[in-house]
Design a protein around this ligand. Structure first.
Ligand code: GTR
Length: 326
């Protein structure tokens, strides 16, 4: 029988211990459609630092920004299958998969940023986060996504009548298609990554989004009229694959949840600064921004509510959101 000298055995033992230590560190892969430096990307990086700290280095997070792992809709499926561990995504990308979350896609459901925070920071927010379990995801926190307004390459929008016949890109959710139809426009659902070329080539006349997206995706270069009707405030959400979540110990799950909650104030700070910076940048670049009387837009949304808020449970949820004081 072959015997290794004692020193060699010790060296081997040390080496295998090191491998064990190294492999005990799991890197969680996280997706984001936005470029590096965008508030959501930076917030998830910060969350990752907290996760590492709170799990004594057992877990860390790597953010794959700029849609490196795919467009949002596809990454949702990959996250459900556990191919991607974490995903920072707009609730709009879920379509109507999660009924409780769908109510946050209703136009003008949130009256202001303060109302949005009051709802999502309280028990209603927790109820909506918990609803994602039904689609194999553990929703950890909401991030800010500001108010979304229409922009196009043709003219300023002052009233719903100005949208007549306009082809506008929306996120891939039926509710947004109905929203644009109720205003008299033609909605084209398509992935975010196709919007720039869509406008440039005239396939669509415009789209709708917040200032930071309008700016960082370059949309302001091809659609210079930005009209502040602020029809949507769709929350951004950080979700984890249920499969990845179930591999964590109860202690590490608590650490991940706490890290996500702690990253929220950081994201809000970054978001507020980015909104101001992006507005200034698009204006300097030649964007024409106009304010809008929102009343006719709000009134036009009645059929959208009538179509999507039929279930008494959702009617109650909408009523509770509306009754929440900012
Ligand atoms: C942005 C959001 C993205 C993406 C995009 C879109 O505001 O942060 O996650 O959903 O809108 O319109 O597709």
């Amino acid at each position: 029988m072959f015997h290794l000298p004692r020193v060699a055995v010790t060296a081997l033992a040390v080496a295998s211990l090191m491998v064990a230590t190294a492999s005990a560190q799991t890197v969680l892969r996280s997706s984001d459609t936005h470029p590096d430096g965008y508030p959501t990307v930076e917030a998830v990086k910060y969350f990752g630092e907290l996760v590492k700290e709170k799990t004594d280095g057992r877990y860390s997070v790597e953010v794959f920004h700029s849609a490196q792992l795919g467009e949002e809709k596809d990454t949702i499926e990959q996250t459900q299958f556990g191919v991607i561990d974490l995903n920072r995504i707009s609730i709009g990308a879920f379509g109507t998969q999660v009924p409780e979350a769908t109510v946050t896609q209703l136009p003008y459901i949130f009256r202001s940023a303060d109302h949005f925070h009051a709802v999502l920071d309280g028990p209603i927010g927790d109820e909506i986060l918990a609803a994602f379990e039904a689609v194999d995801l553990v929703a950890l926190a909401f991030y800010d996504g500001g108010a979304r307004s229409f922009y196009n390459s043709e003219k300023p929008i002052n009233s719903p009548a100005d949208l007549t016949g306009m082809k506008l890109r929306v996120m891939q959710s039926d509710i947004f298609v109905d929203m644009v139809a109720a205003l008299g426009g033609n909605a084209t659902p398509m992935p975010y990554g196709e919007v720039y070329s869509g406008i440039q080539t005239g396939v669509i006349d415009g789209a709708e989004n917040n200032y930071p997206s309008y700016d960082t995706a370059g949309h302001s270069e091809v659609a210079k009229y930005y009209s502040l009707d602020e029809h949507l405030m769709v929350p951004e959400v950080l979700v984890m694959s249920k499969l990845s979540w179930d591999k964590l110990s109860a202690e590490d799950q608590a650490a991940v949840r706490a890290a996500a909650k702690e990253s929220v104030s950081k994201q809000r700070e970054l978001w507020a600064a980015k909104e101001v910076e992006s507005k200034a940048k698009v204006e300097a670049g030649g964007a024409v921004i106009n304010t809008v009387d929102k009343t006719p837009f709000i009134d036009a949304m009645k059929p959208v509510y009538a179509k999507y808020v039929t279930d008494p449970k959702l009617q109650d949820l909408v009523a509770r959101i509306q009754a929440t004081q900012e």
